[in-house]
Structures are given as structure tokens and as C-alpha cells.
Design a protein around this ligand. Structure first.
Ligand code: GTQ
Ligand code: FE2
Length: 371
């Protein structure tokens, strides 16, 4: 007999419809434990629930607390090779203290002091940046400098070289979203170091990627093959804001333009396919007009939201929070979400929906009606 204690423990078998705990059954279960076996009948409720049961819990993080701590980190913790980024991740209270906002998604505040560089590297994880306030940092992706300003969404697909530098005289904070927990779970992550310093000191207003790709409805004929991830490195606030304004204006004029009354929404897409910006991450922006309340929706898969502007009240399952600019919150799989606002609210959202859709595992319901 092995002296190593088995990690399998079948002591507290309280699942329904279990056989009587006779001495023979106890012996059978000890046999399972020592041979590292677990029967389905004690686990089925956990493994195969009638509908998704998330370990993650609904939670809100206050932006003002995040920024204050990021500023302290800016004073105390240098950015350099090894640690790579001054990024501080949301740790969902249901996920055991791991730096995971949801079982699939990483969300972090990243902070760079004036004149600081975050070294160049590449990894298979897909990433994006979203800017709720400030400017002055350029993220250089495969040598293309991309300025980051309030309201911009900057996707950065896996395996492209990237470093960031702050060329301004003030610090800047933004959020990063990545598929780190998902990639970790499927154990398919690769990483390489590039130069310690970001090569380019150029600070153009528009990246080369935008000059080539950011013309609505127009595709350069030098690039006719679809690419799985978007070649466009910045989706500027100017366009997002106008798209949302126009949806609400058209609704006021009596046309169908919003997804429900007072609720304008856009998805950031890959201009080569019309599909999601990256293979694992979906990103959207939602604008609720004054005095709007959304229908209650739930979806398989998880999301993280950041309030871009305005104020509102968010209900996820049994939890309700008041939220304001910069606040982040998590919606775990299959938990119903309702948003309401008096003054109007702008919400940035990202999710793991492309993974679920690609695998045919997506499902959604609006107020009890399957979609
Ligand atoms: O900026 O390259 O929040 O590689 C986590 C991992 C940011 C980044 C994060 C990263 C980055
Ligand atoms: Fe990175």
C-alpha cells in the first residue's frame, strides 16, 4: 500500500439517491480512493448540472480604489524584464484568489509613469487595451506605434510583438483584457521576450494599421484573404461614439436602430470577416439613454464590464450595485443581468462568447424566453 495519501476523498457523499453506507460500500469507496477513481453517481450534480453553475461570483470593483492602488504601485514597483507589466488583475472572489476575473477572462489595470517603457514581448494569449481616461501611451505592435486615448479599444492578437511606452509627462492607466485563464486551462501558452526597450519613439496620431484599415466599408485590395483576428489595431472613440449617437437619433426619428428601447449597442469586429475582433474575445459597447432599463438577459459564458461614463444600477442575480465611471463588474455564466440608469450610462463589455459560439456551446435567454 502506498503511504501517499490519496487526493480522492469519498467521505461525505451527500448526493441524492446514494446506496446505504454499509461496511462493504465503505470498503468499495476506499478502494476507489486508493486506485484514484471517482464514480459519476457522487459527482453528477456538480459535473452535469441542469444549467451552468459558475464558480465565479458577481462582483464589482471600484475604479477609484484601483487607480489609487495602481498609483502606489507606480511609486514602489519598477516595470521591467521578468515582471513585464505593471498590471494588477481582478481576482474573482469565487476563484480561489487566482488573478482571474472569470474562469476564462483576465482583466487588469495597467499603469505607466511618464517616460517609462514596458518591454517588448509576445505570447499566444489574445489581448486588448481599453482606455477610460488619459492619454500619452503608445503601444507598439510589430513596430507600428498605436496611440491610446480615452474611449479607444485596441485589440492585440496573440503572437504579435508588443511593448508600451509613455511618451508624455503624466502617468496613464488603462485596462487590459486577455484570455489568460482560458489559455492556462487548456495548457497551450507560449511566450517570448523581445527587446527591453520599445524601438520606436514615433508618436503618430494614427497607426499604420488604421491608415490601411480604418475606412468604413472599404477594404484594401492588397489584403483580400480573411484573417482570424482583426488587422485593425485601434477602434477610435470618435467612431464608436458616433455609431451609438446615431442609433439613438434614428430611434427618436421612428426607425429601428437600437436593440431595445433606449439601448444602443455595437460590437467591435474584424474588418476582414465581420466576425469578432479576436478568436477568443468579444468586445462591445453599450449606451443606455436617460431613464432606460434593459430587459433581463442571461448567457452561457462570462463577461466583464467597465463603466465608461454616466451612472447606473446593475443587477446580476441577487446582487445590485450602483456604478460610476471606471467601475468594473463581472457577470458569471448564466447569471441574469439587468442595467438601469437615470442619467444615462455607457458600458464597455468583453466576453468569451467567440469560444462558446465556435464550439456550439452558446445559449442565451431574455426574461425567461429562450433566444
Ligand atoms: O500589456 O502586454 O495585463 O502581456 C497581462 C499580460 C498586460 C501586456 C496584461 C500582458 C500585458
Ligand atoms: Fe503582453
Amino acid at each position: 500500500m502506498s503511504t501517499v495519501e490519496s487526493p480522492v476523498k469519498l467521505q461525505a457523499v451527500d448526493a441524492p439517491d446514494q446506496p446505504d453506507r454499509t461496511p462493504q460500500l465503505e470498503e468499495l469507496y476506499r478502494g476507489f480512493e486508493s486506485e484514484l477513481l471517482v464514480p459519476l453517481w457522487t459527482e453528477i450534480g456538480d459535473l452535469m448540472p441542469f444549467s451552468p453553475v459558475s464558480n465565479a461570483v458577481a462582483h464589482r470593483w471600484r475604479w477609484k480604489h484601483l487607480v489609487a492602488l495602481a498609483e502606489q504601485a507606480g511609486d514602489l514597483v519598477p516595470v521591467g524584464r521578468g515582471g513585464e507589466r505593471r498590471a494588477i488583475a481582478l481576482a474573482n472572489p469565487g476563484l480561489g484568489g487566482r488573478p482571474f476575473a472569470t474562469p476564462t477572462l483576465w482583466a487588469a489595470i495597467q499603469y505607466l509613469n511618464p517616460r517609462e517603457d514596458a518591454p517588448v514581448h509576445r505570447h499566444t494569449q489574445h489581448a486588448f487595451r481599453f482606455v477610460v481616461e488619459g492619454e500619452g501611451v503608445w503601444t507598439v505592435v510589430d513596430g507600428d506605434p498605436v496611440g491610446m486615448r480615452r474611449g479607444d479599444f485596441l485589440p492585440q492578437a496573440g503572437w504579435h510583438w508588443h511593448g508600451h511606452h509613455n511618451l508624455s509627462t503624466s502617468p496613464m492607466a488603462w485596462i487590459d483584457g486577455l484570455d489568460i485563464p482560458f489559455a492556462r486551462y487548456v495548457e497551450s501558452t507560449f511566450f517570448e521576450f523581445g527587446p527591453d526597450e520599445v524601438e520606436s519613439r514615433e508618436a503618430p496620431e494614427y497607426s499604420r494599421a488604421e491608415r490601411l484599415w480604418a475606412h468604413p466599408g472599404l477594404r484594401p485590395l492588397t489584403n483580400v484573404q480573411p484573417t482570424p483576428n482583426s488587422p485593425l489595431l485601434a477602434y477610435r472613440w470618435e467612431y464608436t461614439n458616433r455609431a451609438l449617437d446615431e442609433q439613438l437619433a434614428l430611434e427618436d426619428e421612428g426607425y429601428t436602430a437600437t436593440i431595445e428601447p433606449g439601448h444602443a449597442a455595437i460590437r467591435y469586429v474584424n474588418p476582414t470577416t465581420g466576425g469578432d475582433v479576436m478568436r477568443t474575445l468579444r468586445a462591445e459597447f453599450h449606451r443606455l439613454a436617460r431613464d432606460t432599463r434593459t430587459a433581463t438577459r442571461r448567457e452561457a459564458g462570462s463577461s466583464v464590464f467597465q463603466v465608461f461614463d454616466g451612472t447606473g444600477r446593475i443587477t446580476v442575480g441577487d446582487t445590485t450595485w450602483d456604478v460610476e465611471r471606471g467601475d468594473l463588474f463581472v457577470v458569471p455564466s448564466w447569471q441574469p443581468l439587468t442595467a438601469e440608469t437615470e442619467d444615462g450610462i455607457d458600458l464597455f463589455r468583453f466576453s468569451d462568447a467567440p469560444i462558446l459560439e465556435r464550439l456550439g456551446m452558446d445559449r442565451a435567454e431574455i426574461e425567461g424566453n429562450a433566444q
